[in-house]
Design a protein around this ligand. Structure first.
Ligand SMILES: NC(=O)c1ccc[n+]([C@@H]2O[C@H](COP(=O)([O-])OP(=O)(O)OC[C@H]3O[C@@H](n4cnc5c(N)ncnc54)[C@H](OP(=O)(O)O)[C@@H]3O)[C@@H](O)[C@H]2O)c1
Length: 216
């Protein structure tokens, strides 16, 4: 069972990659930098980079695609004068368009697998039921990724491909910071268990790393 993880050079993506590698399962990690050693190159915002990765994969089936790469650039922006337009563009390019392009380009590889699965790493900050204010771009982009996952679940069901959307917890990474609740390894272990459970019956689910249903 081959897993492909975007943004696997650090943070949650790296912990997930380590977990599958330690279990002896084939895993492909991607990184946007060209000199990333054994990683496959992929800048999720760049259609040419997607085409190059798909070509490099050839006929190889992908059983589980984890759309993990993401950015959170609007921490601490102020409503008066902050949140510049180019920040919206940059964050949506990675967190929304990036997820879509990844799935679109790797769909033939998922179709070659027996029962392909897609996991989108969104966030609890995607939920309309949680609105403490601030971080408008990140919240909107993660809400869009959640919506994308829900609609892809509908369209891909006839092909036997399941789609799950996940909140990985508040995780101690560069993005989550040192005071976050859980380690990357705890998050990765929980997420991997959720991915294993994902099926056509549960496709379109929005779950936390520890298996709680999250309100949309
Ligand atoms: N940490 C948390 O508490 C938390 C909570 C909720 C959701 N999440 C979500 O979980 C995912 C992983 O977060 P993390 O905490 O592990 O973040 P992180 O430590 O900041 O790592 C982000 C990863 O995404 C990659 N990336 C960013 N833009 C990219 C692009 N254009 N193309 C390819 N890769 C790109 C980064 O690569 P570079 O090294 O090249 O920048 C890095 O590998 C994200 O989607 C995040 O929104 C995290």
């Amino acid at each position: 069972m081959t897993t492909l993880i975007t943004g696997a050079n650090r943070g949650i993506g790296q912990a997930l990659m380590g977990l599958y590698a330690d279990a002896g399962e084939p895993v492909i990690g991607t990184h946007r930098a060209a000199d990333a050693g054994t990683m496959y190159e992929l800048d999720v915002t760049d259609p040419a980079s997607h085409a190059a990765l798909a070509a490099r994969l050839g006929d190889r089936p992908i059983d589980l695609l984890v759309c993990n790469a993401g950015v959170f650039l609007d921490k601490g922006q102020t409503l008066a004068g902050g949140y510049p337009a180019d920040m919206w563009e940059q964050m949506f390019a990675a967190n929304v368009t990036g997820v879509f392009l990844t799935i679109q380009h790797l769909l033939p590889h998922l179709q070659r697998a027996n029962a392909g699965k897609i996991a989108i790493i969104s966030s609890q900050m995607a939920s309309h039921t949680r609105a403490p204010g601030g971080s408008y771009i990140y919240r909107a982009s993660k809400a869009a990724a959640l919506n994308l996952g829900r609609n892809l679940a509908t369209d891909l069901a006839p092909e036997g491909i399941a789609v799950g959307i996940y909140h990985p917890g508040w995780v101690r990474t560069d993005m989550g910071g040192d005071s976050a609740d859980i380690s990357m390894e705890e998050s990765a272990a929980g997420l991997a268990a959720r991915f294993a459970e994902l099926s056509l019956e549960t496709s379109g689910c929005f779950l936390t790393w520890d298996g709680q249903e999250h309100p949309y």
